[in-house]
Write a protein that binds this ligand. Structure first.
Ligand code: 6PG
Length: 240
């Protein structure tokens, strides 16, 4: 089941997303004592990161019980501006009271195949031997309908066993590591953040597909027991 919320602009979208994350964190911790979160990459979440590091949001967020992972990573060094963890650390995580041992970066400096196996091992060590169940996975939407690093036409879309896989994308950086659909679709909550006029066409094609229209990877995000929340701004929703 999915729900769409449209906000007047990207700032209001990001504030609402911050409040949503805090609510999910408080709910998860009340239940299990910890909040298992996967961050998305790209530029859209950067405004959200800036909001989450400022009061009152940063003081409401239970950082000590929050465990941060990534939905995907580009195989570039941490200091590279295209590294997803670089932005999240630089804008948010280095500025809040989250214990360093609660942050689990994808080891993108390793060879892609080894990095995928290593991250899968990390998930098993931290979350247990069964298919991991994230309390919340943040996702973005690419212009081609990709999400995380699940790109159209890639074999990873059909992966049923592995939790983490290496991907060769047709956009730079080409080598990436991504959570697979079995993990993403086992999440309790998915939050897509989609902002800007440039996403209006793909958002319409994903949310209101014409009959027989091709399946976009983002449409394959259908959690078995979870909810999909779409947070968009008016520009991105202008064709809906
Ligand atoms: C990545 C992201 C990717 C991103 C979308 C949207 O590593 O590229 O995880 O899935 O969320 O491409 O990116 P923007 O927010 O920059 O438009």
């Amino acid at each position: 089941m999915s729900q769409l919320d449209i906000f007047p602009d990207s700032k209001k979208l990001s504030i609402a997303a911050a409040a949503f994350i805090i609510r999910q964190a408080q709910y998860a911790i009340a239940g299990s004592g910890r909040f298992i979160l996967a961050l998305s990459g790209g530029q859209t979440p950067e405004q959200l990161f800036r909001i989450l590091r400022t009061p009152p949001f940063t003081t409401q967020m239970p950082w000590q019980q929050t465990f941060v992972f990534w939905g995907d990573e580009r195989c570039v060094p941490l200091e590279d501006q295209f590294n997803n963890a670089h932005a999240a650390l630089d804008i948010l995580l280095n500025h809040v009271e989250i214990p360093e041992e609660n942050i689990f970066r994808i080891p993108a400096d390793q060879a892609p195949v080894a990095a995928a196996w290593q991250y899968e091992k990390t998930l098993q060590e931290v979350l247990g031997p069964d298919l991991p169940q994230f309390d919340l996975i943040l996702l973005g939407l690419g212009g081609d309908g990709h999400t995380a690093s699940l790109f159209p036409g890639t074999a990873v879309l059909h992966e049923k066993i592995r939790w983490v896989k290496e991907v060769t994308a047709d956009v730079q950086p080409v080598h990436r590591i991504t959570l697979t659909l079995p993990v993403i679709n086992n999440a309790r909550n998915i939050l897509f953040l989609v902002s800007g006029k440039g996403k209006s066409s793909i958002l319409k094609r994903v949310l209101s597909p014409a009959p027989g229209q091709e399946n976009f990877p983002a449409q394959l995000v259908q959690p078995l027991h979870g909810l999909v929340h779409w947070y968009t701004d008016a520009d991105a929703a202008s064709e809906l």
